[in-house]
Design a protein around this ligand. Structure first.
Ligand code: ATP
Ligand code: ATP
Ligand code: MG
Ligand code: MG
Lengths: 251, 251
C-alpha cells in the first residue's frame, strides 16, 4: 500500500508546492498521509499555516539525526487530517554540509524510512533543482510526478527532469514515473492548448485526463494556511485535485 | 557607465528569465548590452532563439577557461541588437566541480570581467537558488533587481533574497539593490493588489511605478525566440518593459 511520491520539476513555479499540499489533503480522506517539505523556501510549511521563521525541529535536524524525525512532525489539514514534516531556511546549508558524505544522496531516504511504517502515502515537495535536493527526493521515492505548467519553458524542462529520474534509477530501481500532470491550465489561452497537445502526443497515458486549472482559490487557500479542499471545497481547483486523487490513486 | 545587473529571486517562476531578455532588449536601444544566461535550464538561451541542445561553446566552458568567453558570445535580438553569453545543461555540474575551489564564488565575475570593457550594461539571469549560482551572480554584479511575482510565496521569498544580497556584500561591497519590480501583475486579481500594497509599504521607492503585467505576448515572444519588443511592440508587455527601462535607467 505504501507509496512515496516525489513531486519534482527542474522548472521553477510550476505548482509543485501547491500540488503536494492539495493532493496530500485529498488522499488523506482515505489514507494516512505524510507531506514532507524538502525545500529551504519552506513554502509548503507556510502554506500549511506554520510560520517558517519560528524555531522548531524541522527536516534539517532530522537529516542530521534521523532519531529526531518523529519529533519534527506536526498535524495539519482540517482536523489534523494529514501530517507534515516541516522545513526551514537552514535546509539550504544541507547541500554543502553533506557534500563530502559517501551517502549524501540517501539522507532524506533515511529520514523517511524512520516513519514510513506509520503512513500509507508519503508525498514530498522539492525545490527546482538538478542536484542534491533532486537526488535526495528521488532516492527516497517509489514514484515521481512532474507538474507541467502549460508554458513553453516548463514543457522544455520535462526532458531534463526525465533524464534525472533515469539517472537516479541506477541507485533506486523501484522508482517509476507515475504521471506528468498539466497545471496552471487556462483554457482561454491558446498556448495552453498547444502545450497540452504536445504533452499528450509525446507522453500519452502518462498525462492524466484531469488537469489542474488556474484558480485563484488555490492561492488564497495557501495564504490562509489551508488546502483548497478546506478553503473552497466547491472551487474548480478543489474539484480538480479531488478528481486527480481518484484518477491516479482511486481515492 | 558600466552596470552589471543581477536578476535574482529565490522563488521559482517569478519572471527572471523573461525580465532579462526583455530589459536587455529595451536597454540595447541606447547602450551596448550583454545578456548572460547563468542558469543550467538555459531558458534565456532558448528564449533568444538558440537550441540549447546544440553543441557550442557556452558559459560552462568560459567558467573553466575565461579565455573562451569571447568565443561563446553570440548576437541576438532584432538585428543583433544585444549580445548573449549562452548556457547549457552542463552548467549544473559547475556547483560540484568548483565546490573545493578557494575562489568558487568568483568564477562568473572572472568571466564577466573578461568582456566588461566592451559593454555599457551586462544583465545576468540566474536559477532560483540560495547557493553557488546566486553567490556567483551577486559577486559578479554591481546591482541587483528582484522580480516580485504578485503572489504570497514570491513575496515571502523577497526577505531571503535580501539576506542573500546582504551576505554577498561582505565580499562585494559595491553591490546595491536597484529595485524590486512587480511582475506577472494582473489587475483583475485582488491578491495582486494586496501584494502590491504590501510591497510598496514595505519597500517604498525600491518598487518602481512601472509594473510588468501578465501578457501572453511575452510568452509567445519567447516561443518565437524574440524579445516581446520585437514580437509585439505595441503589446502591454513590450510597453511595460520600455517604460521600466526609462524609469530605472533613463533609457
Ligand atoms: N491551480 C493554481 N491556480 C492558480 N495559482 C496557482 C495554482 N497552483 C499554484 N498557484 C500559484 O502559482 C505560484 C507557483 O506555484 P508553486 O509555488 O506551488 O510552484 P512551485 O513549483 O512549488 O514553485 P518553486 O519552483 O518556487 O518551488 C504560487 O504563487 C501559487 O500560489
Ligand atoms: N509578463 C508576463 N506575462 C505572462 N507570462 C509571463 C510573463 N513573464 C513571464 N511569463 C511566463 O511565466 C513563466 C515564468 O517566467 P520565467 O520562466 O521567466 O520565470 P523565472 O523566474 O525565470 O523561472 P525559473 O525560476 O524557473 O528560472 C514562463 O512560462 C514565462 O513565459
Ligand atoms: Mg515550491
Ligand atoms: Mg528562469
Amino acid at each position: 500500500l505504501m507509496s512515496i511520491i516525489a513531486i519534482v520539476s527542474h522548472k521553477g513555479g510550476t505548482g509543485k508546492t501547491s500540488f503536494v499540499q492539495n493532493l496530500a489533503y485529498e488522499l488523506s480522506a482515505t489514507r494516512r498521509v505524510l507531506a514532507v517539505d524538502f525545500d529551504p523556501q519552506a513554502n509548503l510549511t507556510l502554506g500549511c499555516g506554520l510560520d517558517p521563521a519560528v524555531e522548531r525541529t524541522t527536516i534539517y535536524q532530522a537529516l542530521h539525526d534521523v532519531g529526531r524525525t518523529k519529533e519534527a512532525i506536526v498535524t495539519t489539514g482540517e482536523n489534523g487530517r494529514f501530517h507534515l514534516l516541516p522545513s526551514h531556511l537552514d535546509l539550504a546549508l544541507a547541500e554543502q554540509t553533506f557534500a563530502a558524505h559517501y551517502d549524501r544522496n540517501d539522507k532524506l531516504k533515511d529520514v523517511v524510512q524512520q516513519v514510513a511504517a506509520n503512513y500509507d502515502t508519503i508525498i514530498i515537495d522539492s525545490p527546482p533543482s538538478l542536484g542534491f535536493f533532486a537526488f535526495n527526493v528521488l532516492t527516497a521515492a517509489t514514484e515521481a510526478i512532474i507538474p507541467l505548467q502549460c508554458q513553453p519553458y516548463a514543457f522544455q524542462a520535462v526532458d531534463n527532469t526525465l533524464k534525472l529520474i533515469e539517472l537516479v534509477r541506477k541507485g533506486n530501481p523501484t522508482l517509476t514515473l507515475k504521471a506528468i500532470v498539466l497545471t496552471l491550465y487556462d483554457r482561454r489561452v491558446t498556448l495552453t492548448q498547444s502545450v497540452e497537445n504536445a504533452a499528450r502526443e509525446r507522453f500519452g497515458n502518462l498525462v492524466p485526463q484531469t488537469v489542474i486549472p488556474t484558480n485563484i482559490a488555490v492561492v488564497e487557500a495557501s495564504l490562509d494556511g489551508q488546502p483548497v479542499g478546506v478553503y473552497a471545497p466547491q472551487s474548480t481547483g478543489a474539484k480538480a485535485y479531488r478528481n486527480l486523487a481518484a484518477e491516479l490513486y482511486g481515492a
